[in-house]
Design a protein around this ligand. Structure first.
Ligand SMILES: Nc1ncnc2c1ncn2[C@@H]1O[C@H](COP(=O)(O)OP(=O)(O)OP(=O)(O)O)[C@@H](O)[C@H]1O
Length: 362
């Protein structure tokens, strides 16, 4: 059976399934002094499932690997290891008609719509071209009718059809980019920071539009964001990403309602929606994926690790990052299920910490 047939077959209840996926970027070997080429672990062993019609959110700071994961999902990047399945079929190695089939099924919406809209093409030409690439609605009249339908779906009208991207407002541009993403009737939208470049007044309109489209077109969403407020509003499940890994994942009510990993707790503290209950807002910036800290990769910034070390100095070790609990620096953390079986957190002390904002650093 050809790969083209496989990708188009209706199959599992899972729109997207990601199993232990990694993407490492190998840099240049140093010119002098020998040594091996540096390896950036942008995505490192991520797994999740998004059932049909659900919304899965990937949240984390800039540099955590969210965009690389998005590009792996839509086949723009190939995994170093692991497997991405869309609609039950493996994405790796697709080409030709099979790859076009995948591209129709899963569409990427970017933060800056200018990146997905050609500045030299009108809105009509952009939308018509998408139909032509996939051979849908053959004939000019049929394409015009489909374009008009999709324009209405996204809240644009005939007056916008002949405009170039720079002649549209930010919100209108994002509506045009969404129109381009849905015109070929995809099943899944990967939304990479879909509203963060927009004025606050326009953000709610675009979020409402996306939620309406999700409902009326039975779409599955994978949303990538740094905004936990958006996660709580839109998503069913969430993976919290730090240095290429999910440090906590589960249903949104559990992860956002009672975060167990100190990193999630810090993100919640930094979120405008939870500022009043804030614990420790994170200091410093995310380490380079070229030099992921050993042990728990979050230990160099973890406020809870310092508090635990101060409480139990006998079990602590001195490091360049302060006095830290031995377990944080020595063992590789493995995913720890919540006592109730709901969320999974990789913190060694997830069960010992209050499932609330992280304690302030000592
Ligand atoms: N082609 C590449 N070559 C080398 N390193 C890369 C490449 N692409 C991404 N990286 C590195 O991988 C890490 C994760 O990048 P990525 O863009 O996926 O993160 P992100 O969470 O989406 O951040 P942002 O929100 O800033 O885009 C970064 O440190 C980045 O420098």
């Amino acid at each position: 059976m050809s790969a083209a047939l496989r990708i188009d077959q209706p199959s599992s209840d899972e729109a997207v399934s990601v199993s232990n996926v990694s993407r490492h970027f190998v840099g240049r070997r140093p010119l002098f002094g020998g040594g091996s080429a540096p390896v950036a672990r942008a995505v490192d062993g991520v797994s999740f499932r998004a059932p049909r019609g659900s919304c899965f959110a990937i949240v984390g700071e800039s540099g955590s690997g969210k965009s690389s994961l998005a590009r792996l999902l839509v086949g723009l990047l190939q995994p170093t290891s692991g497997e991405v399945r869309v609609d039950g079929a493996a994405v790796a190695g697709l080409d030709g008609a099979a790859l076009r089939g995948l591209r129709r099924k899963i569409q990427l919406v970017l933060q800056d719509p200018r990146a997905s809209l050609d500045p030299r093409m009108t809105v009509f030409d952009t939308l018509e071209e998408a139909l032509q690439v996939h051979g849908l609605h053959p004939g000019r009249d049929a394409r015009q009718a489909r374009v008009a339908d999709v324009m209405a779906l996204v809240g644009l009208n005939a007056a916008h059809l002949d405009r170039y991207p720079h002649e549209l407002s930010g919100g209108q541009r994002q509506r045009a980019a969404i129109a381009r993403a849905i015109i070929c009737e995809p099943e899944i939208l990967v939304l990479d920071e879909p509203v963060s470049a927009l004025d606050v007044s326009v953000q709610a309109q675009i979020i409402n539009l996306l939620m309406e489209l999700k409902q009326s077109l039975s779409l599955t969403f994978i949303i990538i964001t740094h905004d936990l407020g958006l996660v709580e509003h839109m998503a069913d499940s969430v993976g919290v990403m730090y240095l290429g890994r999910f440090v906590e994942q589960g249903v949104v009510e559990d992860v956002c309602g009672a975060p167990r990993h100190p990193y999630t707790q810090s993100l919640m503290a930094a979120s405008s929606h939870h500022g009043a209950e804030a614990g420790a807002v994170l200091e410093g910036s995310i380490p380079s994926p070229l030099a992921v800290p050993t042990g728990c990769s979050f230990h160099t910034r973890c406020p809870a690790a310092r508090v635990l070390a101060a409480r139990a100095p006998a079990a602590a070790v001195d490091t360049p990052h302060g006095r830290l609990p031995r377990r944080c620096v020595q063992d590789q953390p493995s995913p720890m299920p919540a006592p109730g079986g709901a969320s999974i957190a990789t913190c060694h002390f997830a069960d010992a910490l209050p499932a609330q904002p992280a304690p302030r650093s000592a």
